[in-house]
Design a protein around this ligand. Structure first.
Ligand SMILES: [Mn+2]
Length: 230
C-alpha cells in the first residue's frame, strides 16, 4: 500500500479536506458543554476581602483587580489562555505586602474551581502543557485527583518583578492546588527573565486546567477513576 500524497489530499472532497485540516490544527476535544460550569465564592478575613467568579467553560473574558499590578497581569494570562471567564475582586492589606492578598486569592480561586467542576463527571482529568515565552520554557501538569498538592521547581533569576515578590507565585499555586483538590506540577526548563518565566507558568497552568476540565464524550457522565469518585 502506498502512502498518502499531496495529490491524494487534493483529490478529497472539500468537506473531508476541511475535517483533515481541523483535526491536525486542534487536538482538544471539540464538544462544548451545554451548560457553563461556574461558581462564585466570597471570603472575608481581617486581612483580605475577596470575591471570585470562575467559569470553566468561558472564552477568556477576564476582569481582575487585586491592587497588585503584576499579579493582575498573571491572572489575566491564566484566565485568557485557560479560556476561563474569570472575575477577581480583592481588597487586601497590600500596605503590609502582597502576601496575604496573593495567597488568599489563590484560596478563593481554588474553592471556586472546586465548586465549578463539582463531581468531575466525564472530564478528561489529566493534562499538561509545555509553554514557552521567548527564552522561557515552563511545564505544568495537572490531575483533578481530589488530593490537593503542589510540586514546584521554578528557577527565577531575580526576586522582584516590578513591586511583585516572585516567591509569592509559589504561595498562589499552593493555595490554588490545595483548595481546588488538584495535583499540580510546575517546572521551568529554561528562562532568564523572571517576568517571562512566571508568565509562561501562569499560562501553562491555565491551559492545563482548561484541557483537563474538558468533557470527554467517550466517558459520558462517568467519573474517571477506578474508585468511582475523585
Ligand atoms: Mn507580560
Amino acid at each position: 500500500m502506498r502512502g498518502s500524497t499531496r495529490e491524494d489530499f487534493e483529490a478529497l472532497p472539500d468537506q473531508v479536506r476541511d475535517q483533515v485540516v481541523d483535526a491536525s490544527a486542534d487536538p482538544l476535544p471539540q464538544e462544548s458543554p451545554s451548560r457553563h460550569r461556574s461558581a462564585t465564592v466570597a471570603r472575608a478575613t481581617k486581612e483580605t476581602d475577596i470575591q471570585v467568579t470562575f467559569d470553566i467553560d468561558g472564552t477568556g473574558v477576564v476582569d481582575v483587580d487585586t491592587g497588585v499590578p503584576f499579579f493582575d497581569h498573571m491572572l489575566d494570562a491564566f484566565g485568557r489562555h485557560g479560556l476561563f471567564d474569570l472575575a477577581v475582586k480583592a481588597v487586601g492589606d497590600i500596605d503590609v505586602d502582597a502576601h496575604h492578598t496573593v495567597e488568599d486569592v489563590g484560596i478563593v480561586m481554588g474553592q471556586a474551581l472546586a465548586q465549578a467542576i463539582g463531581e468531575k463527571r466525564g472530564i478528561v482529568r489529566f493534562s499538561h502543557s509545555f509553554l514557552c515565552m521567548d527564552e522561557a520554557l515552563v511545564m505544568a501538569a495537572v490531575d483533578f485527583s481530589g488530593r490537593g498538592q503542589l510540586h514546584y521547581d521554578v528557577d527565577l533569576p531575580i526576586e522582584m518583578v516590578g513591586t511583585f515578590d516572585t516567591t509569592l507565585a509559589k504561595e498562589f499555586f499552593i493555595a490554588l492546588a490545595t483548595n481546588a483538590g488538584i495535583t499540580l506540577h510546575v517546572r521551568s526548563f529554561s528562562g532568564e527573565n523572571s517576568h517571562h518565566i512566571l508568565e509562561a507558568a501562569f499560562k501553562a497552568v491555565g491551559r492545563s486546567i482548561c484541557q483537563a476540565t474538558r468533557i470527554n464524550p467517550r466517558i459520558d457522565g462517568v467519573v474517571p477513576s477506578t474508585k468511582g469518585a475523585l
